[in-house]
Design a binder for this molecule. Structure first.
Ligand code: UD1
Ligand code: UDP
Length: 385
């Protein structure tokens, strides 16, 4: 059996790599090893938990309030050391985090072939999102396999002179993850009270918005982009305040990311406000349940933009640009930036214009069919022999 190191560091990598790891477990020729950098600690453990996974090797590299340069250096040297010890035949990285770029660089130095899951996403604006656009652009030339989620992303790679024979359109494994969780949700009969109890959601919010007979609408919010730290987050919080003041029958549920740069303004501006329910990051199973139950989503998350079209939930994307144009083309996602006036105007439209809402809530699948992990396994089995 040839070893394949499946590298994860943060929440979205855990969610999107879990199906790939589980699929490689089925291989008769390849043996996956789940190697965590621990760039995220609690949120990685929580995300892997939804799939019943724990890392085979955990480098535990997270430091509170970590800086990009230190984290990059720690991941580079620690992953390099692990690769020397484990001697895998290949490594897989996913997405655009510091873990992805630094682990890829380590593998390049160790002369181990790299497969990049979710390759080819681009805004072509280096600072938006930052540092993700840089990470994925620096990673692509290092890779032996580029697993592009869509034809759009494959074309980006080809245009950058990445050899066509290295590029494969596989879909995005986030859809494999979503379908896996939807099956579990279907068979487990989870109800609002369960989700509320697990996530310390108040009795009042639960009764008003999550109970089986409630028809009241709530907006699900997430946010964490570095380029929005400071003024951007303050603007987002002020927009949320105005929304709940203007629409007293609409709730806001906001699982707050653990990054201190996010928590500070959110706590200072929103904590204790009736109508805004701030909770800790939510496990993936419960988060999928909450996305399904929400009226729409206000977020700057990459993964949420990919999941929403399959769930038929409109997303107002609090960013100026996106590397995921497919969701915008499908009509599900709309870029609204962080200007409070624009956010409030767009929220008003979704709340007040039912025709427009229905158009944007149509189910679409631009990101895959749930077979991404199988395609990746087959390509690796063929090429690694
Ligand atoms: C990281 C990624 C970003 C990705 C996001 C997903 C980088 C530079 N950023 O951003 O691309 O979209 O994850 O959520 O790779 N923290 C905890 N516990 C956790 C996780 C984070 O306490 O489980 C706190 C720590 O203080 C940590 C800080 O958040 O230092 C920042 O974490 P970091 O991974 O550097 O950045 P994110 O904003 O989470
Ligand atoms: N998510 C989750 N719990 C939460 C918020 C998000 O499980 O409280 C999931 C979400 O469904 C998506 C992923 O986490 O699959 C996105 O992670 P994040 O927004 O942290 O990172 P990004 O996708 O922007 O890189």
């Amino acid at each position: 059996m040839k070893k394949v190191a499946v590298v994860v560091g943060t929440r979205p990598e855990a969610i999107k790599m879990a199906p790939v790891y589980l699929e490689l477990k089925k291989s008769k020729t390849l043996q996956p090893l789940l190697l965590s950098t621990g760039q995220h600690q609690q949120m990685l453990e929580q995300a892997l938990g939804a799939f019943g996974l724990t890392p085979d090797h955990d480098l535990k590299l997270m430091a509170p309030g970590q800086q990009l340069v230190d984290l990059t250096a720690r991941v580079l040297t620690s992953v390099y050391q692990s690769l020397l010890e484990l001697q895998p035949a290949a490594i897989l990285v996913q997405g655009d985090t510091t873990t992805v770029f630094a682990a890829s660089l380590a593998a390049a130095f160790a002369d181990i072939p790299i497969g990049h899951v979710e390759a080819g996403l681009r805004t072509y604006q280096m600072r938006s999102p930052w540092p993700e656009e840089m990470n994925r652009r620096l990673t692509s030339p290092l890779c032996r396999w580029a697993f592009a989620p869509t034809e759009v992303s494959r074309r980006n790679l080809i245009q950058e002179q990445i050899p066509a024979e290295n590029c494969h359109v596989t879909g995005n494994s986030v859809i494999d993850a979503l379908l896996f969780i939807r099956d579990r949700l279907g068979s487990s009969g989870v109800i609002g009270q369960d989700v509320a109890a697990r996530n310390a959601i108040s009795a009042q919010f639960t009764e008003t918005f999550l109970s089986a007979d409630s028809e009241r609408r709530f907006i699900l919010v997430t946010g964490h982009r570095r380029e929005s730290f400071g003024e951007g987050f303050e603007n987002i919080c002020r927009a949320l305040l105005e929304i709940v003041e203007k629409y007293s029958d609409v709730g806001v549920l906001y699982p707050v990311h653990l990054n201190p740069n996010v928590r500070k303004p959110v706590d200072e501006i929103l904590r204790g406000h009736p109508g805004i329910e701030l909770i800790e990051p939510v496990g993936y199973l419960d988060f999928v349940w909450l996305m399904n139950r929400s009226f729409f989503i206000l977020s700057d998350s990459g993964g949420v933009q990919e999941e929403a079209p399959s769930l038929g939930k409109p997303v107002l994307v609090m960013r100026e640009s996106t590397e995921r144009p497919e969701g915008v083309d499908a009509g599900t996602c709309r870029l609204v930036g962080t200007n409070p006036q624009v956010i409030i105007r767009e929220v008003a439209e979704l709340l007040g214009n039912s025709e427009e809402y229905s158009r944007r809530a149509a189910l679409k699948n631009p990101y895959g069919d749930g077979q991404t992990a199988r395609r990746i396994r087959e390509i690796l089995e063929r090429d690694l022999g």
